[in-house]
Design a protein around this ligand. Structure first.
Ligand SMILES: C[S@@+](CC[C@H](N)C(=O)[O-])C[C@H]1O[C@@H](n2cnc3c(N)ncnc32)[C@H](O)[C@@H]1O
Length: 279
């Protein structure tokens, strides 16, 4: 082959690669999940807003940014409710009030093909949010599907069964990115550690017994990558009184002492979130 032939072959191959890339991108753009992607919808909403609204009086740039971000977060919640919650079979909403607090973490994870672990999935509401908010993520869900002590006491479990509600709900977003592990988190997390699983995000929302929370936290810590995030629900929960064994927050505070110097606090409120900075 002459040098010119070589060049023609290279140009031909490059053309074929570029055509493939164009096909791939148009497939992604026309796919349902891409159309539902919050970033894309936010861009569309912004464009529509800018078209309809006369230019606002100039304010301080930082304040303007903050208002924009806040309204983006409020918009996420209402869009998630509209697109997922209202179409699913959810009997409880313990989650959508947390969306705004999670957003700084979601913004970091959206560029990472995040691997998320959820301890306590119930009907799949928070799992659906992770799948919906992070369209490249994979979510491992651990639950006994027996319900928490607060559901059992209140007898308010869905009639159809938790596991079946969970399956229907995650399938309405994308079941192919979900790994469901049925069992007590104490055992399942040891199995995950044994198989060498690693995660960028762990949500601890299973048993509310303080010793279980401590075990979930300890086993999650070794599954969590450096720069990964650990979020605890019910940091301030005390519905069963003052007994420290019945308050997740006591266990979470003990855990924070144990990993002192190895984490950064992201937020502390009704939930607590931290970032692992060293092992
Ligand atoms: C509060 S719900 C989770 C709510 C869910 N994260 C959401 O936001 O929609 C707690 C769940 O933890 C599960 N659970 C309780 N103890 C557990 C344990 N030891 N191991 C695994 N799952 C457990 C219950 O079955 C229940 O579904």
């Amino acid at each position: 082959m002459t040098e010119t032939d070589d060049l023609v072959v290279q140009i031909f191959q490059e053309n074929r690669r570029l055509r493939g890339e164009v096909d791939r991108l148009s497939m992604i753009e026309s796919s349902r999940w891409w159309r539902l992607h919050p970033r894309l919808n936010l861009r569309r909403a912004r464009a529509a807003f800018q078209k309809d609204t006369p230019p606002a009086a100039a304010g301080p740039p930082a304040a303007k940014m903050l208002t924009k971000r806040k309204s983006g977060r409020a918009d996420l919640r209402s869009r998630f409710r509209e697109e997922v919650v209202e179409r699913g079979t959810f009997s409880h909403d313990w989650f959508t009030g947390k969306i705004a607090a999670w957003e700084p973490i979601m913004e970091v994870l959206e560029s990472r093909n995040a691997r998320a672990l959820e301890i306590g999935s119930f009907e799949g509401l928070s799992a659906c949010y992770l799948l919906w908010r992070l369209p490249d993520s994979h979510v491992t869900c651990v639950d006994t599907f027996a319900g928490s002590v607060e559901n059992i006491v209140g007898r308010d479990l869905p009639d159809a069964g938790l596991e079946s509600a969970f399956e229907t709900n995650v399938a309405s977003v994308d079941a192919s990115r979900v790994r469901k592990l049925v069992g007590d988190s104490k055992h399942v997390l040891i199995d995950l550690n044994t198989e060498g699983a690693r995660f960028d995000f762990v949500y601890v929302d299973g048993s509310h017994h303080a010793l279980d929370v401590l075990v979930d936290a300890a086993l999650s810590w070794s599954l969590l990558e450096i720069d990964g995030f650990l979020v605890f629900d019910d940091y301030r929960w005390s519905a069963f009184g003052d007994d420290p064994l019945l308050r997740p927050g006591v266990a979470i505070d003990c855990f924070l002492t144990l990993v002192d110097g190895k984490h950064e606090l992201v937020f502390r409120g009704s939930q607590l979130a931290l970032k692992k900075i060293r092992a």
